[in-house]
Ligand binder design. Sequence first.
Ligand code: PLP
Length: 405
Amino acid sequence: MKNTAVNLASGRAYLAIPGPSVIPDDVLRAMHQASPNIYEGALLALTESLIPDLRRIARTQHHVAIYIANGHGAWEAALANTLKPGDRVLVPANGRFAHGWAEMAQALGVEAQLLDFGTQDPYDLARISEVLAADKAHEIKAVLGAHVDTSTSLRNDFKALRGCLDSANHPALLMADCIASMGCDRFEMDDWGVDIAVTGCQKGLMVPAGLSFVFFNDKAAQQRRTKEYVSKYWDWESRSNPQAFYEYFGGTAPTHHLFGLRQSLDMIHAEGIENVWQRHGILARAIWAAVDAWGREGAMTMNVTNPALRSHAVTALTLPGASGTELRKWLEGNLGLTLGIGLGMAKPGSPEADGQFRLGHMGHVNGHMIMGLLGGIEAGLKALDIPHGEGALSAASAVIAGRAA
Ligand SMILES: *Cc1c(COP(=O)(O)O)cnc(C)c1O
């Protein structure tokens, strides 16, 4: 018997898009309070306490500047502190976000040299090394890219990218966009030799959008000091080393975001960052196992073929025809479950774009949420008569149970 007329969406909604992510109830509760004094008292101590805890998440001993901005703001901050009009940057790209950061550099008068490796492949390190080695005059001032590109769900190897710079003996700064990956996929800023890492608060850090962070080491700080002009608002000097409290934020503190962030950092550190990374890894593998099963007798595929190259925070998928969009609409309307649209994989509005979608699995997600996500998708495939292989939920639960072959 078909029950398609009965709507099953009432209940807790689940936003499974790759950012913003699910906000924990404890974070919402921490934010639900009257405005504090911004001139003295508890807020000042709370803000100071965030700094070492943020550094621990980025795995750096160095500096951090906080911006009242989304991830795009952190992109701009990193560029505004280190580059001048006429400077050159090298941008290896395998997804939309590297292009976005490069476009922002260009708008600041920086010449961005893109090395585009498409949407399914890792960086070609030999090609990157070649370009760096050819730059004998060291005109390239920075190499910048996305650690995880959220459009393709590829994860890039920044340790290897550092290796390219080192073997070419090239002094360019290495800048990583960790907006999708921080607090989800392992990232080791100092160990890997990343000079600048940027992130936002609304993905792995589980806070509503509105804060972003630029981590930078002494080498990057030195490059900032060679610049004659830096926009007063974006300047990281005062934000990372404030003489007065208001300098942390260049104005009024984002009080409630700070309350939320304090709570989310407490949660991450109570769990332990290693466990956080492993949890994301297991949940991602459960999703991949389910998609593999669906794909055996249907058309669903993951964008990234090699599991070693896949992010643990987001999965980009294809279900050709209009099925991707139909599935998303059915899940949102009938089950209260929202999946992400495809991004940068096909022309927006084209028939191909309807076949693309993404699952966000970053931050506040656990085993039963992922099983619910997968169970919802399985129901959608059945309701819409979309051909698919059986055994997806069994395969996913085996991964979560630690019993996968
Ligand atoms: C989400 C995201 C961005 C953009 O962040 P906003 O907060 O939307 O400005 C940039 N890069 C990556 C890799 C992202 O995942």
